[in-house]
Every structure is written in structure tokens, then in C-alpha cells.
Design a protein. Structure first.
Length: 239
């Protein structure tokens, strides 16, 4: 997830084509409200292995049976991350991208999606018992990551201005408004990505008054909760 947010060159490998495709689509899906704007091939045909040497960011899926073809191209690749789905581990990882995520958010997300969490363990058990589908689990996971984005960007519209040509996001002002150093460091990187630039461009022609997009609705709920929490604190009498 962190590597995708950093717009790295990422290859997923797996023995099973269905699993390979499903996992990659899930990772791209949890980026919402952002969209991956770079090369994206969930299952790369053997005849297109040269895509692994592309100089721009990419997300590629390669069947394990074709992994030897990838290894032959390794010398021509630039800083590629390779993740083995079957082994649930990185085979190559040139960057420790998880360190870019704000620590308190990383800890919270890790807890929520970990099988050690009693709630999530019950979900995994339900899947093995066929009481819940992979699609339903993806929805559960997407909620975790969506909350991450809502928390970070709940005030983004206050820094979005419009002129006659395009929308402009006031990055400097937005960063200066961040009080958490970890958050500020992460956002300093993320605001420079194409993921974020495309997000801003998509906002150019939106009528926010009529918009019923899930992300915007979640922001409204989040702001309402914060306002209510602040009001409750203010009502507590001082001793």
C-alpha cells in the first residue's frame, strides 16, 4: 500500500491467475478516492514482459511460471519492488516505503487489518467457512484505508481554489496547517504525486453542493463527529 502511494514500480507474482488478478485489483481499489494513473496490467502476458523495464511507475501482475523471464530482465530494471503473493513477502524491496506513512496511522491500520485483531480474525474465519466472500472482505479493508484518507484530507476543500482555467490546490498552506510532523512529512511527498494531481483535476468540474460521492459523504460525517466531540469537551466544567 505504501509503495503504491509512493508511485513505485511494483510487480506482483502468484501461481494462480485468478488470485493474482483479484489481489492487484484489490490494491488498486483501496486507493479510492485516488486513481492509479500509470501503467496497470493485472496479468501481464508473457509477450509483454518488457513492460517490467518501463522507466515510469507501474503495477504489473506476473504469473510465477513466467518469473524466470522477469529475472532475465533484472539488470535492465530500475528500482523495482517484487512481491510474492503466495509467500506473502517481498522478494525485492529497494525502498522501505512503510516508513513514509505517519506512525500513528500505520499502527492503527495495521491493527485493524491484522488477523490478530479479534474482529478481523472472525472475518477471515468466515471466509474459510464460506460465510463471507472475498468481495465482502475487500469492502471491509477498503473502509480501513478510506478512513485513513478521510482523516488526512478532511479539510482539503478549504485549500482548493478555482480560477477561470483550472482548480488550484494551495499545497504550501495545506502543509503549514498540519501540526503532526509525521503527517506533514508524508503529505510533503504525497502532494507531489500524480495520484494527488489527478484527484485535484477531477475536482475542477464538480458541484460540491450536489455531490454525493462516498468520500465526500465520509468527510461530512467525520467533520460532524469532530464538531460534536469538540462541543462535548467545551461543555465539561473546569475544576
Amino acid at each position: 500500500f505504501a509503495s503504491i502511494l509512493c508511485e513505485r514500480r511494483i510487480i506482483f507474482t502468484c501461481k494462480n491467475v485468478t488470485t493474482l488478478s483479484a489481489v492487484i485489483r484489490s490494491f488498486v481499489g483501496i486507493l479510492y478516492p485516488f486513481r492509479w494513473p500509470h501503467i496497470y496490467v493485472p496479468v501481464l502476458p508473457r509477450t509483454m514482459m518488457n513492460f517490467c523495464c518501463a522507466p515510469m511507475p507501474f503495477i504489473l501482475g506476473v504469473l510465477s511460471v513466467h518469473l524466470t523471464e522477469v529475472l532475465k530482465l533484472q539488470s535492465a530494471m530500475e528500482e523495482v519492488t517484487l512481491f510474492d503473493i503466495d509467500q506473502n513477502r517481498f522478494s525485492w524491496r529497494p525502498f522501505e516505503d512503510e516508513l513514509t506513512l505517519p506512525h500513528r496511522y500505520l499502527t492503527s491500520m495495521s491493527y485493524k487489518i491484522s488477523s490478530k485483531n479479534p474482529f478481523k480474525r472472525s472475518i477471515l474465519n468466515q471466509i474459510s467457512s464460506k460465510l463471507i466472500t472475498l468481495e465482502e472482505l475487500n469492502i471491509e479493508m477498503a473502509e480501513v484505508f478510506l478512513h485513513f484518507f478521510v482523516t488526512l484530507f478532511s479539510e482539503y476543500r478549504s485549500f482548493l481554489t478555482f480560477n477561470q482555467v483550472r482548480s488550484v490546490f494551495q499545497k504550501k498552506d495545506f502543509l503549514e496547517a498540519q501540526s503532526d510532523p509525521d503527517v506533514k512529512k508524508f503529505l510533503s511527498m504525497f502532494l507531489q504525486t500524480q495520484l494527488f494531481e489527478c484527484f485535484v483535476r477531477e475536482r475542477e468540474h464538480l458541484d460540491f453542493a450536489k455531490l454525493r460521492e462516498p468520500f465526500e459523504e465520509k468527510i461530512k460525517d467525520f467533520q460532524k463527529e469532530n464538531k460534536n466531540s469538540t462541543r462535548k469537551v467545551a461543555l465539561v466544567p473546569k475544576r
